[in-house]
Design a protein around this ligand. Structure first.
Ligand code: ATP
Length: 403
């Protein structure tokens, strides 16, 4: 329908980028990016009218997002007809606008498009041999200034290489090493680097990407204290194992996994070093403080967890030790202490204790005639402890205990 709609407006529309790449690779991708040769915003508005939805547009960039009533989202960009002026007074060349649009992208594999117009529907547009690179499993840039133009592409190259088990092409890798050696990464703003790092850490198995970043000296280029050492590597490997294990439990809530990897990257650092890294990456004051606070609570809990006796310890002790630590901190503690009993203790907390709920609430205490006050919290805590330690397993026993 988008193709016919575009045609009725005298435009040509294409689906582009990651969606096309993943279609060829046979991987699911629900992010639909369209490029329109014409007015992208007008097209997005017409699409929203026809399919039911609303439009958020950015006039400066001539882009729009169509937010459909069914919850789906389609991003629309405008490809303008461009005149490409060669230096040395060669003639100005008019390039087809879709070609120019694709030429500005990061890698060949992301520079594919599919025609949507009714006459050419489904036909692949491949100016840069992307199909060959997909077949050869290669990440290649479109031109040699690509990383100078935008050094965040270095992080993207690593992410795609590891995610798809591709290989960064030899020439592309040389360009990456050059860009890093020539300090192009220093020019990047903190939030842009952090955005891409977060993306990497939220991909399925980020350890390989983190190691690749280190091998290319990218971590050190972002901030000297970020470079890996054997201890960090070990913690990060264990973190990946713990996160994969936790994901298999299918329990809520889901952790913000980047925080766990980031704790690993900061393993062994002093607070002022962590602050330095946080500032380089443009953390907000709030994020910096919450990250430092998380590290402190982990440190405070670590020793006690280490000492808690897995065989004889009271479950309530374990519960109260861990209950206020954010999930990311609990998982990190597990990664940081590969000692088997520590891992078992934390696993017991996560799989069993954390989800237990006392069946008694403040209202019950009130109904028993107890005046509201700080004693409520103490009573509920005692009842929780008894329940966790198997001393008050049903509501009646809990009520009796409360009395
Ligand atoms: P993912 O599956 O991680 O979302 P994606 O390829 O869809 O991968 P996006 O970040 O959503 O990645 O970008 C969409 C498209 O925009 C890419 O396929 C690429 O063509 C282009 N793109 C994104 N970032 C850049 C960049 N820094 N430089 C050039 N092109 C980019």
């Amino acid at each position: 329908r988008a193709g016919s709609l575009a045609k009725s407006m005298g435009y040509e529309a294409y689906v582009v980028g990651g969606f096309v790449r993943d279609l060829i690779l046979g991987r699911p991708n629900l992010d639909l990016d369209l490029v329109v040769e014409g007015d992208g915003i007008l097209f997005a508005e017409a699409m929203a009218r026809e399919l039911g939805g609303r439009v958020k547009s950015h006039h400066k960039f001539q882009t729009a997002a169509v937010l459909l009533h069914d919850g789906n989202r389609v991003d629309v960009a405008t490809a303008r007809l461009e005149y490409y002026e060669y230096p040395a007074a060669l003639p100005t060349v008019e390039l087809s606008s879709i070609k120019m649009d694709l030429y500005r992208r990061d890698f060949t594999i992301n520079a594919l498009a599919i025609h949507l117009s009714p006459e050419r529907f489904g036909r692949l547009v491949d100016f840069f041999d992307a199909q060959r690179d997909l077949k050869d499993r290669m990440i290649r840039v479109l031109h040699s200034l690509s990383f100078v133009e935008d050094p965040t592409r270095i992080l993207r190259a690593i992410r795609f290489e590891q995610r798809f088990h591709f290989k960064i092409g030899a020439q592309t890798e040389r360009l990456i090493r050059n860009a890093i050696a020539n300090q192009f990464v220093h020019k990047l703003s903190g939030p842009r680097v952090f955005h891409e790092m977060r993306h990497i850490m939220e991909d399925d198995r980020p350890l390989a990407s983190i190691r690749r970043m280190d091998e290319l000296k990218l971590l050190a280029a972002i901030h000297p204290d970020l470079a890996l050492d054997p201890r960090k590597d070990e913690v990060l490997a264990e973190a990946e194992r713990v996160i994969t294990w936790y994901a298999l439990l299918y329990v809520e809530p889901k952790p913000e996994v980047w925080r766990i990897y980031f704790l690993g990257l900061c393993a062994g650092m002093e607070d002022d070093q962590v602050q330095g890294v946080a500032r380089r990456l443009g953390f907000s004051k709030h994020l910096e403080e919450s990250f430092l606070a998380l590290r402190h609570s982990i440190r405070n809990t670590a020793q006690q967890i280490f000492e808690w006796d897995y065989r004889r310890g009271l479950h309530s002790e374990l519960y109260f030790l861990l209950k206020d630590l954010p999930l990311e901190g609990v998982l990190y503690l597990m990664a940081r202490n590969p000692k088997e009993t520590v891992q078992r203790s934390i696993s017991l907390f996560l799989t069993t204790l954390r989800t237990l709920r006392v069946e008694l609430a403040g209202a019950d205490l009130k109904a028993m005639g107890l005046p509201p006050g700080p004693r409520y919290a103490q009573i509920l805590r005692a009842v929780t402890a008894a329940m966790l330690d198997g001393k008050a397993t049903c509501r009646a026993e809990q009520m009796a205990l409360a009395k």
